[in-house]
Design a protein around this ligand. Structure first.
Ligand code: PSU
Ligand code: MN
Length: 306
């Protein structure tokens, strides 16, 4: 049985040559940002990965196959699609069997990247434990995936729309190294600090790559979460973003928004309430993560040769 994987030629060539490749997700395109900023961001993220010396592989499900790397016209079509499935671990096989168009979340992108032989993945934000999870049980499958699948994920920490302390607890329970890059505090997506210390810290891409390879040597399952703070010039201060988040959360609860719709709803309301400022920050942090992801992928590729 061959895997239902279709590689873009440049990604196949890079992997065969042992060159660095960075996986990129597609839910951020279809459910995380409005058109046309989603398309422009996806293109800019790919360009950033290239500029930093690695090959980008944006991952999506199309016509019954997992696409590892999307051609320009396919990326554009996906960015304009309004009815793509949001695909996490639970949805992956069903979406493929239906031959539906699927956008992969962090969890599903990790699974696909691992199947493709890619060990580094850069994105904006991960899912986490939602506020009120003690009643709703809404805990993103992203957290469990980080405990199961050997991919290092670069994200900008967890958003304050989530319960950040509980998110860190669940990651710890699942044995996920949560590594803040270049600072002690765990970053909070739009803000550089969540006010909580990160469990671990690294100050170079080489250190992160070495830890990634060490996990594999030890036979430990699961990946690493690299929490990369948003660049200072793009940051939205906590006191500015927190009231907006509270307003969006109240609306979500009044309107009965639940399950998979929660994160996309909150992101789009916060975008509206900040008059686009949240999106500008989001774009800046994704580009920053793409850069770090490429550096980590290069370090891993070099270590494998050496
Ligand atoms: N956070 C963002 N933008 C996003 C997402 C999260 O700032 O696009 C997406 C990612 O694909 C993430 C998913 O994996 O939402 C988590 O969804 P859920 O909470 O339903 O697991
Ligand atoms: Mn959820």
């Amino acid at each position: 049985m061959t895997l239902p994987l279709i590689f873009a030629p440049e990604v196949r060539a890079a992997l065969d040559a042992g060159h660095p490749v960075v996986a990129l997700e597609s839910t951020i395109i279809t459910h995380g940002m409005p058109y046309p900023q989603n398309l422009h961001t996806a293109q800019a993220v790919e360009a950033e990965v290239r500029a930093a010396g690695a090959t980008p592989a944006t991952i999506a499900l199309l016509d019954g196959a997992i696409h590892i790397g999307l051609e320009a016209d396919v990326l554009e079509r996906l960015a304009r699609t309004s009815d793509a499935m949001k695909v996490s671990r639970a949805d992956l096989a069903v979406c493929l069997a239906k031959r539906a168009t699927g956008a992969t979340t962090v969890a599903a992108t990790m699974i696909c990247a691992d199947l493709a032989g890619i060990s580094v993945f850069a994105t904006g934000g991960i899912g986490g434990v939602h506020r009120g999870a003690e009643d709703s049980f809404d805990i993103s499958a992203d957290l469990l995936e980080l405990g199961a699948t050997p991919v290092s994920v670069v994200a900008a920490g967890a958003k304050a729309i989530l319960d950040i302390p509980k998110t860190l607890e669940v990651l710890e329970t699942h044995g996920v190294p949560v590594i803040a890059f270049g600072q002690d505090d765990f970053p909070a997506f739009w803000s550089r600090s969540s006010g909580l210390p990160a469990p671990l810290r690294a100050d170079s891409a080489a250190e992160i790559a070495a830890a990634h390879l060490m996990r594999a040597r030890l036979g430990l399952p699961g990946g690493q979460l690299i929490a990369n703070p948003i660049p200072p010039e793009a940051e939205i201060a906590r006191e500015d973003i927190v009231p907006v988040i509270e307003a969006a959360l109240t609306e979500a609860s009044v309107q009965g928004i639940a399950a998979k719709s929660v994160t996309p709803f909150l992101l789009s309301r916060i975008f509206e309430l900040t008059k686009g400022r949240s999106l500008d920050a989001n774009i800046a942090l994704v580009l920053n993560n793409a850069r770090l992801g490429a550096q980590i992928a290069r370090e891993i590729a070099q270590s494998k040769v050496g």
